[in-house]
Design a binder for this molecule. Structure first.
Ligand SMILES: Nc1ncnc2c1ncn2[C@@H]1O[C@H](COP(=O)(O)OP(=O)(O)O)[C@@H](O)[C@H]1O
Ligand SMILES: [Mg+2]
Length: 299
């Protein structure tokens, strides 16, 4: 199956949130990575059919999804960024309720509920009230409801926000296990979410797709842009004024700087292997810093 996003743009009250976004996705996990305000939710809402683009189209195997109507909705599972659960419901009751809203008959619904609870590892707590669930469990419930109609396209908006590292890893594994015969597209502003799990990364900045490819391929484009420089404490300010610093770390009386720069910053700089964090910083610069995610200033 092919999901084609073609020249999709969105303007909110004169403000451009997405510009000519074009990409083609097939089965597998795809990560939409970018800082807050980049346009991720806008794009996912348009793909999920809950928001109309100002221009452009979304196609499945060459057919316009607007024309497909109900047939497209049957292919689709969507977990919005802000998703509410009825806290007095048990996991099972909540899913049966959503299944009824989605028009599943009672028998199919009860089968599907068991199936999706297994898929997200919540079978043991099917009779527990949702108010007792952790953040990670609630997010997995969100995925479970999106899976009820066995969607071939699963859209998940910032699923790991607010999760602790253990829950995040668990969630990532759930996404990976679902991707076999599905197109899974999830958004995040957290770099560690996309490592290991994403087959390819879509880098979004100010509504534009600024990078697209497998993690290794995006990283290979960064080769020769990341440098390590050892300097004294007095020299740090000079480097900070002239270069983008990805990391600093004190080793005895020296400071090791990790510098992002197109050319060798100083003769004694040593080229090092880029990481996704470097890539993020290279693309998003100060936005990444103010977002509080990627940069570890160890001093
Ligand atoms: N309903 C809306 N009305 C006006 N502006 C919006 C609306 N939704 C989003 N925006 C703006 O569009 C841009 C992209 O937002 P969004 O898609 O939510 O980004 P992200 O999900 O990457 O944080 C932001 O500048 C945001 O303020
Ligand atoms: Mg968002």
């Amino acid at each position: 199956m092919k999901l084609q996003i073609e020249q999709v743009s969105k303007t909110y009250k004169g403000e451009q949130a997405l510009s000519n976004f074009t990409v083609e996705l097939t089965e597998g996990v795809h990560a939409l990575l970018g800082p807050n305000g980049a346009g991720k939710s806008t794009l996912l809402k348009i793909i999920a059919g809950v928001l109309n683009p100002s221009s452009g189209h979304v196609f499945v195997d060459g057919e316009d999804t607007i024309r497909m109507g109900e047939r497209y909705r049957e292919l689709l599972g969507y977990l919005p960024q802000h998703f509410g659960l009825y806290k007095n419901f048990t996991a099972e009751r909540f899913l049966l309720y959503i299944a009824a809203l989605k028009g599943l008959d009672k028998r199919t619904a009860s089968q599907k509920v068991t199936e999706v609870l297994q898929e997200v590892n919540l079978e043991d707590v099917r009779h527990t009230q949702l108010r007792k669930f952790s953040g990670g469990m609630k997010q997995r419930m969100g995925i479970a409801q999106a899976l009820l109609n066995d969607p071939k396209i699963l859209i998940v908006d910032e699923p790991t926000a607010g999760l602790d590292p253990k829950e995040r890893i668990r969630f990532r594994n759930v996404l990976a296990s679902l991707a076999g015969n599905r197109i899974v597209l999830f958004s995040t502003h957290i770099i560690s979410d996309v490592e290991y799990v994403a087959q390819d990364i879509l880098l979004v900045k100010d509504g534009h797709l600024v990078g697209y490819g497998a993690p290794e391929s995006l990283l290979s484009q960064m080769q020769g842009h990341v440098w390590q420089v050892s300097c004294s404490q007095n020299e740090v300010a000079k480097y900070q004024g002239s270069f983008q610093i990805a990391n600093m770390c004190r080793i005895k009386d020296r400071i090791e700087l990790r510098i992002i720069a197109g050319d060798k910053p100083v003769p004694h700089a040593v080229a090092v292997n880029p990481t996704l964090e470097d890539l993020y910083l290279f693309q998003f610069g100060e936005e990444a810093v103010s977002d509080g995610t990627s940069v570890n200033h160890a001093i």
